[in-house]
Ligand binder design. Structure first.
Ligand code: G1P
Ligand code: ZN
Length: 543
């Protein structure tokens, strides 16, 4: 047992973004890059001596190598125990659950979520704290500060044990416990949704297609949907995790899950379609001939959550990220619970969930989750949808259009301009920000701005302030445009433009969002000068 203390130097740019540190795989594989960052995390969170830490990832290329290094460093830094998913696999929500039920100090989650994987793809690493959620900003700030002062890291000379056999092994003075990544997650889902009711639904011939996109949810979906709930084999497709996700982006949106969308809009569509992302925290749900926008999904789930087995007591409150549509706010008003608006990124929901002030949270980026863990949870959302469909005896389309009838429809779209010149992106946002004081009353295209601001959030629990979270323009017809730069991209800058407009009239609920929102899209383009500044006249991805 040899602990090596290896001299190193700070490496530039190891700043955690919206969801941990995300870089090209080739960057993570540079000498000392991962080791430096892991040591900075260990130091930034106050050390791991005597502590239990969960470790697992989405199985992308470099997952197992990186886990080996992390285990050797945890042991060298005095950790008592590492709990690792067999094969190095743990979906992000399953990791969050394990941290909670095993009362661990925290966990390393290896994933770049929906970004492509492989040698030329992306890799990522984030640390979740004892509540199971992503480290909040004061901690990520401390980690980043440590990356800048690091002079050495500690690592065991010995190799870590193989990850493919269940059991407890040792590495130096640390136990390495290899656990089934799925069992505890299934137990939790059984508590939250009515497995019998969903079994009856499938037995009656209900057809589901779940696209696991060759990512981590495959084994979880096979186990729950097919083995436990009796959905026929073939319900789950692309269910074997691959290191490069079969060469695709494991992102459940109309562009990257195009086959699923095509199927659901074809004559032969099953009753429900769903997909999850690389690490299993995102979800998309479709009905026959209709897709549920993630913002609407949050609203529908909030309005119906009391029908699901684990939530019979109703909701305490709802939270959404600021760019998410205001559909959920209408539900909060109707059922009389508080509504919270947070910056983009799941880490901001953690304190609200811990304080017991909200039960369900969501983001427009295909993320929904509840107080059962401290991450968004893709398969959970799909199971809750199934439970609600079974409880109501209605189709997905029936539930969604019925929801619009009662609450009105918030037409919504997000336009992404990917890998634009970083300087041009930063300048665009800086200029928009600077223009805010003079915007009210100005007209862009057919719309006039009523008010504009730069979103800032004060966390009600720790009082921390997160400023500069996105420029919001409210138009006088109630429409809204939000502008921000992505904090998860690995190439240039990605500009996200979020556009929405409320339509109360049910006669106008069946329209194409792009057409309804055309005046808002045009006004947003004029306001920010997107075409002129980026040279892009159409977005790369529309969701
Ligand atoms: C994106 C999404 C955000 C989500 C995050 C992690 O972050 O917009 O809602 O929490 O991925 O999945 P962004 O790239 O916009 O910073
Ligand atoms: Zn993800």
């Amino acid at each position: 047992m040899t602990i090596q203390t290896v001299a190193t130097r700070p490496i530039d740019g190891q700043k955690p973004g919206t969801s941990g540190l995300r870089k090209k795989t080739s960057v993570f594989r540079q000498p000392d890059y991962l080791r430096n960052y892991v040591q900075a995390v260990i130091d930034g969170v106050g050390g791991v001596a005597g502590r239990t830490v969960v470790v697992g990832g989405d199985g992308r290329f470099f997952n197992d190598t990186a886990i080996g290094i992390i285990l050797r460093m945890l042991a060298a830094n005095g950790a008592a125990c590492a709990i690792v998913g067999r094969g190095g696999l743990l979906s992000t929500p399953a990791a969050s659950n394990l941290i909670r039920i095993r009362r661990a100090f925290g966990g390393f989650i290896l994933s770049a979520s929906h970004n492509p994987g492989g040698e030329d793809g992306d890799f990522g690493l984030k640390f979740n704290v004892a509540n199971g959620g992503p480290a909040p900003e004061p901690i990520t700030d401390a980690i980043f500060a440590r990356t800048k002062t690091l002079t050495a890291y500690r690592i065991m000379a010995e190799e870590a044990p193989a990850l493919d056999r269940l059991g407890t092994w040792t590495l130096g003075g640390m136990d390495v416990e290899i656990v089934d990544p799925i069992a505890d997650y299934v137990t939790m889902m059984e508590r939250l949704v009515d497995f019998d009711r969903i079994r009856t639904l499938f037995a009656a011939g209900f057809r589901l297609r779940f696209d696991a996109m060759h990512a981590v949810t495959g084994p979880y979906a096979h186990a729950i949907l097919e083995d436990c709930l009796g959905a026929p084999p073939g319900t789950v497709i692309n269910g074997t995790p691959l290191p490069d996700f079969g060469g695709h982006h494991p992102d459940p949106n109309p562009v990257h899950a195009a086959d699923l969308f095509a199927l659901m809009f074809s004559p032969d569509a099953p009753d429900m379609g769903a997909a999850s992302d690389g690490d299993g925290d995102r979800n998309i749900v479709l009905g026959r001939g209709i897709s549920v926008s993630p913002s609407d999904s949050l609203a529908v789930l909030a309005a119906n959550l009391h029908l699901a087995k684990g939530y019979a007591g109703g909701l305490k409150g709802i939270a959404r990220s600021m760019p998410t549509s205001r559909a959920a706010d209408r539900v909060a008003v109707r059922i009389g619970v508080p509504m919270f608006e947070t910056p983009t990124g799941w880490k901001f929901f953690g304190n609200l969930l811990d304080a017991g002030t909200v039960t369900i949270c969501g983001e427009e980026s295909a993320g929904t989750g509840s107080d059962h863990v401290r991450e968004k949870d893709g398969l959970w959302a799909v199971l809750i949808w199934l439970d609600i469909v079974a409880a109501r005896g209605e189709s997905v389309a029936g539930i969604l259009t019925g929801h619009w009838k009662t609450h009105g429809r918030d037409y919504y779209t997000r336009h992404d301009y990917e890998a634009i010149d970083t300087k041009a992106g930063e300048r665009l946002i800086a200029d928009l920000r600077a223009s805010i004081p003079g915007l009210a009353g100005k007209t862009f295209g057919s719309l006039t701005i009523a008010e504009a601001d730069d979103f800032a959030y004060r966390d009600p629990t720790d009082g921390s302030i997160s400023a500069g979270q996105g420029v919001r323009a409210m138009f006088d017809n109630g429409a809204r445009a939000v502008f921000r730069l992505s904090g998860t991209g690995t190439e240039g800058a990605t500009l996200r433009v979020y556009l929405e407009m409320f339509e109360p009239d049910p006669a106008r609920h069946g329209l194409d969002p792009q057409e309804v929102l055309a005046p808002v899209i045009a006004a947003a383009d004029k306001l920010a000068g997107i075409g002129d500044r980026t040279g892009r006249h159409t977005p790369d991805v529309i969701t």
